[in-house]
Structures are given as structure tokens and as C-alpha cells.
Design a protein around this ligand. Structure first.
Ligand code: ADP
Ligand code: TRP
Length: 328
């Protein structure tokens, strides 16, 4: 069974875009691959968070992923900083990666611009830590967005270079994994193309029912259909797109016909949209609350995940040490 590894940056709560665009696919993948999901808390040190916000955000993310259906019996779910083996591999990869290569990474250049007083070595070597995350498990596939392609290229370079230097085939070259058609792009509520973490645009999985309804009722619209069977402007297309994601086909058809004969009232449509969204979100939010309240269970799941991840990583490290020439 092929191994898939996904790293989750601890940056706030999950929203509907994350759910339909990624997490739902993870839930399916855990039955088809050897899946490892981890929370990249070491990576988050590149921007210097406080200890409280590191621990809290790890628990929050864990609770949210579990609530969405990640199963700790099927997938290995762990926190990066619980697996010290990663750091040894990070060190070896740093010896074979050149300043020029790391300096060309766009995400580094962007961060360096954003935090000019904190251009630290960890930020610079972010890609080699990511390579160690992946290659310690000899993962074949990594689901990542477009912004991670350069980091993936460096991970492949680390694998190739190690194999070439030591004349081994230990590391496979990890491939970007593209979700299938079941991953949906969720539009934003502010009329922009994509739901993302910003106020007015985003519905979080943990949002209370009241908040969801309020946000949907405030979604940006226009003056309404002006001519029979006219084309929908982008903001309205987005509203329909959102409805096609959470409502059934009959409902979408009903409002589409109303658009076409110019009798659509956005207030009615939004009310229905909010209703259907709440139906999807209520059970997820309830599970988030249950998991969040049970820190003992969350910590137990993280410990169990760490144990399995360390087993997988130390098997690789044992080979690596032998190959490099260290005593084992
Ligand atoms: P954000 O854009 O809110 O910062 P992230 O970059 O943390 O979200 O998103 C993590 C993953 O969630 C992305 O790689 C992508 O697969 C998915 N995702 C995020 N927003 C959306 C969206 N609006 N529609 C579909 N998928 C999304
Ligand atoms: N860099 C990834 C991001 O910003 C997070 C990450 C860290 C990661 N290590 C990884 C993703 C290993 C995949 C595999 O989203």
C-alpha cells in the first residue's frame, strides 16, 4: 500500500473550503492508502508563536480533523514535535542542500519581506525540514497546494541527491498528490472567488448556528435578475455554487428557475442556503465540541500517533545511519 503524508500548518480553524477542498478527501484516502497526517508545529516556530498558542492550536486542529472523520485507527495522526527522528534527517539533508537553492524559494523570499527583522535560519531551511517530514516515512504522495511546489521540488532533490551520493535507492521521489473530482472549490461569501481565512468571507466548521445564518444572510449579492434567462454575474454564480455544494439538486433547480424567470429573491435563497449549511455543519460542530472537551482523549490519540510515526521514522533512520557510515 502506498504511503501518503500530509502536513497541516497550525493556522487557525478549519473552514468550509478546507473541508470540501481537502479534509473530506483525506477521510476517503485513509481507507485507500497508508496515511500519515501531522501537525507541523516545528515549522510554525519560524514565526515565533507563544508556547500557549502552540499547544492550544495543536489540540484544536486535532479535534477538528477527528470531527471531520479522520480515524486514528486507520491513519497515523501525530504532532511533528513528538517525532525527534525527523531532526536527524533534517540535519543530513541540510548538509546536501545549497544556499542558492534555498534562497530561490519564493515562500522564503515572501516571508523574508514580511518579517525583515526575523529572517532566521529555520525559515531558510523550511524546505529541508519538510523534506525530512516526508522522506522519514519514504512517502510516495504528498497532497499540497500550488504554493508548495518549490518545497516539493527540494524534497525530491534531497531524495535524489542522497540516493546518488550513497549509491542507494532508499528514498522514493515523493510526488504531489492531486485530489480527484470530489475535492470542490468553495467560493467566498464576499463575492470573491475562494473562501479563505478572512472575516466576511469565511464559514468556520466551529461557527455556531446563529453565526452561520448571519454570515450567509450577509453574503454579497446584486440588484437581482434583470432579464429572462440571463447569465449570472460572478457573485450570484458563487451563491449558486455554494448551494450546489450543501443543498440537494432539487433545491438548486428551484432557485435556478426563479433566477431565469426573474422572480428570485436573494433573501429566500440565502435562508434556504443557511438552512442546508447548518444541517451539514451541526453534527461536525457538535463533534468538535466533544473532542475539544476531552483533552485526555486528544492527548492519547496524539501519543498513539507519535508512537507509530516514530516506528516508521526510526526504521528509515537506521538505514540512513548505516548508509552514511555511522555506527548503529
Ligand atoms: P486558507 O486559504 O484559508 O489559508 P489553507 O491554505 O490553510 O487555507 O488551505 C489548506 C487546504 O485547504 C488547501 O491546500 C486546499 O486544498 C484547501 N482549501 C482552502 N480553501 C479552499 C477553498 N475555498 N475551496 C477549496 N479548497 C480549499
Ligand atoms: N509547508 C506546508 C504548508 O505550508 C506544511 C508542511 C510542513 C508539509 N511539512 C510538510 C506539507 C510535509 C506536506 C508534507 O502547507
Amino acid at each position: 500500500m502506498d504511503t501518503v503524508l500530509s502536513g497541516i500548518r497550525p493556522t487557525g480553524n478549519l473552514h468550509l473550503g478546507n473541508y470540501y477542498g481537502a479534509v473530506r478527501s483525506f477521510v476517503k484516502m485513509q481507507y485507500e492508502y497508508n496515511c500519515l497526517f501531522f501537525i507541523a508545529d516545528w515549522h510554525s516556530l519560524t514565526t515565533h508563536p507563544t508556547p500557549e498558542n502552540i499547544q492550544n492550536s495543536a489540540r484544536t486542529i486535532l479535534a477538528e480533523y477527528l470531527a471531520c472523520g479522520l480515524d486514528p485507527e486507520k491513519a497515523t495522526i501525530y504532532v511533528q514535535s513528538d517525532v525527534p527522528e525527523t531532526l536527524e534527517l533534517y540535519l543530513y539533508f541540510n548538509m546536501n542542500t545549497y544556499l542558492g537553492e534555498l534562497g530561490r524559494v519564493t515562500t522564503f523570499k515572501e516571508k523574508a519581506r514580511q518579517q525583515p527583522d526575523n529572517v532566521n535560519a529555520g525559515l531558510f531551511t523550511y524546505p529541508t525540514l519538510m523534506a525530512a517530514d516526508i522522506l522519514q516515512h519514504r512517502a510516495k504522495y504528498v497532497p499540497v497546494g500550488k504554493d508548495q511546489e518549490q518545497n516539493m521540488e527540494i524534497a525530491r532533490k534531497c531524495a535524489r541527491r542522497f540516493n546518488n551520493i550513497y549509491k542507494t535507492e532508499l528514498f522514493p521521489e515523493p510526488q504531489n498528490y492531486y485530489f480527484g473530482a470530489e475535492a470542490l472549490k468553495v467560493p467566498g461569501l464576499d463575492g470573491t472567488g475562494k473562501m479563505g481565512k478572512s472575516d466576511g468571507n469565511c464559514i468556520y466548521l466551529c461557527d455556531e448556528e446563529k453565526v452561520v445564518r448571519k454570515k450567509v444572510m450577509r453574503a454579497v449579492t446584486d440588484n437581482g435578475p434583470q432579464a429572462l434567462n440571463s447569465e449570472k454575474p460572478e457573485v450570484i454564480e458563487n451563491l449558486f455554487k455554494m448551494m450546489s455544494i450543501v443543498s440537494d439538486a432539487e433545491t438548486v433547480k428551484y432557485f435556478d428557475e426563479k433566477w431565469n424567470d426573474c422572480t428570485l429573491r436573494y433573501g429566500d435563497m440565502k435562508k434556504q442556503l443557511a438552512e442546508d449549511m447548518v444541517k451539514v455543519l451541526n453534527p461536525i460542530r457538535e463533534r468538535i465540541q466533544e473532542f475539544s472537551a476531552n483533552t485526555e482523549l486528544l492527548d492519547k490519540i496524539a501519543r498513539q500517533g507519535a508512537e507509530r510515526a516514530r516506528e516508521s521514522a526510526s526504521a528509515t533512520l537506521k538505514e540512513v545511519r548505516k548508509i552514511i557510515g555511522f555506527r548503529i
